[in-house]
Design a protein around this ligand. Sequence first.
Ligand code: BGC
Length: 766
Amino acid sequence: MKKQILVAAMVSCTLTGNAQLMLKPNNIDAIVKAMTLEEKATLVVGTSRQGSTGGNQTGNGMIGAHADAVPGAAGTTQPIERLGIPASILTDGPAGVRINPTRDNDKNTYYCTGFPVGTALACTWNQELIEEVGKAIGNEVLEYGCDVILAPGLNIHRSLLCGRNFEYYSEDPFLTGKVAAAYVRGVQSQGVGTSIKHFAVNSQETARTEVDEIVSQRALREIYLKGFEIAVREAKPWTIMSSYNRVNGPFTQENRELLTTILRDEWGFDGIVMTDWTGQRNTVAQIHAGNDLMEPGQPVQSQDVVEGVKSGKLKMADLDICVKRILQYLVKTPRYRQYKYTNKPDLKAHAQVTRQSATEGMVLLKNTNATLPLSVQQKVSVFGITSYDFIAGGTGSGDVNKAYTIDLMTGLNNAGVKVDETLSQVYLNYKNFQLSLQAAAPRRGWFWGKEAMPELALKRNVIENQADRSDVAIITLGRQAGEGSDRQVENDFNLSDVEQQLIANVCEAFHAKQKKVVVIMNMGGAIETASWKEKPDAILLAWQPGQEGGNSVADVLVGKANPSGKLSQTWPISIMDAPSSKDFPNLRQPKTVNGKKEFTDFTNHTEGIYVGYRYFNTQGKAVSYPFGYGLSYTTFEYSKPVVKSSGKGFTASVTVTNTGKVAGKEAVELYVAAPQGGMDKPKKELRSFAKTRELQPGESQVLTMTVSAYDLASYNENTQSWETAAGTYNVEFGASVEDIRCTASYKQSKKAVVKCHDVMKPSIKL
Ligand code: BGC
């Protein structure tokens, strides 16, 4: 409706003689010149929060009138009809498009596909596959009339307790950057944009809108910015979202050193930066910093811009740069092209994309005596309430309004597995009871989405009965998390007593009858495993695998798909083993302010670059499962490691052979141990990776990886430069960070240096 009005307005402008002033890709400077100050101030601020339904907070009117073209989209940019400048529509992200599934007075539905969460995608280590997922998501962005998806999320898994880790990829910045670049390429191949977020150092949800993340310049460059740098350089995202938090003092959206010096001058970013959904801050500082667009936008921010220019606090030149960049973005959008979207993407085809991609991100953590795959002849007792109330994705803006979620029970039935119905009925009754409790007293609103149900405490004799009646037990453990808060240690990272008891009792009862137990983990983040992992025979980490979740898990359980996922983060023995824990909100000692305990003021990154395996592997500290770990139903042999200098770095190749009995894929991780070069360095760092195609038993493939000298560099704060030390580099081909299968070496003859700006200094020495 609104779209029609806008198009009509544009046509009438053309007819009334303003044609020369209609926005075109080649007249952007002239348009900037023709714009009034008020028009410029309108363009840099999203459509007001007032007067609309849908968006970030359904019913609260986070977005304005023009967003009604796509109800439920998160935000818009404002149109200026006299100059043919269209509105554009921004939608969440990242696990699929997030819009309202139904509309007033409209019988059609607008469901979107719920794809596997970000962490699950990263665990595929398969850039081509992620690009395919990106294409399917991009197609839904396009066909539902949106211009940009507010994704991917690429903050670092600094702590396993961050509530939004499921949206993010890894503790490792290289893997993060490559996965993000693949997602961006896929989405943008459809002629729509991405917004890589949250820039930067938004690795906690507690106090996210005020916390000051205090981090060394080296850790900033090597760990927290690196993924963004890779994604920007390799995939050219149309937009970037600055984060809610501060870094070393200023808010990121007001930080010119971050948004201009580093992002544009050093990395060459030429798209637009938009704020996270912040509300009013220092508008003038934001424009000056190079934060082009304020979302979701409030009229007062436009007034700030006008007053800023009039009072001389804001230079027109600074404003013009932002305006120009927004226009350059707009001419790329489907809305500018007046693309005739169908509202009918091929949801059936996309369901297949999510079903298959999810299996590749699943990580087989344990499989004693080939417990998996199951034979469909085996009768299965399915334990754990999450088996019946499967979790497709996380909560908050990262949730997707999908048409359905396949639960594990249904998936097993679809795969022809015989499920014991007596036990299932017990759980289904309990689920209905829980649903009635939730309906009577909803504990969480829209923002939190669907919560995980508390586990059912089963009596021992019920479990023993099941061990008599069936051949194998499956237990699903579930976790839910999302935007706005971090995870807890007790009854979340650590298992609850009921869960511990369930695993112990089921294992005891089934093992007493020589029957096996499989644990499925349906969650977006890591949990404690060391205390119970010896008990079951097999453990499959299914993550939150999207709307086809139950089918995807069943495909793996019966061997229709062979899991080839590997962990994108270290799973420690105890949460306190991670060096970030002592500085993480709720774990560190709070500061007492006016008699109140507060965590909100700052987070010191005292561990510096030693995040994840960079810490555990360097220190030789035992973990429950190392970074990069994951089993398969087959086995692989690595041979013939070769490293050849290319003059600008090296190419490394290795032959991978499937030495087992079934077809499968293998991800090879390339770690490099660098000479110290006068700096303290991790024992080794991931510098490349590659994955085989599906190899039949006996089949081999040579994988080749390229590493540049710049990829090998460390950031030296004393010289403010990336330095690749001269000397011998040990190149390790690993099945995980702890499982190095073969090695070679590379000689860097001369030290290589890339000079950077001395910016974003913390005020304290960490
Ligand atoms: C989230 C963003 C999201 C935006 C719009 C914010 O609260 O942090 O990730 O894109 O809302 O919904």
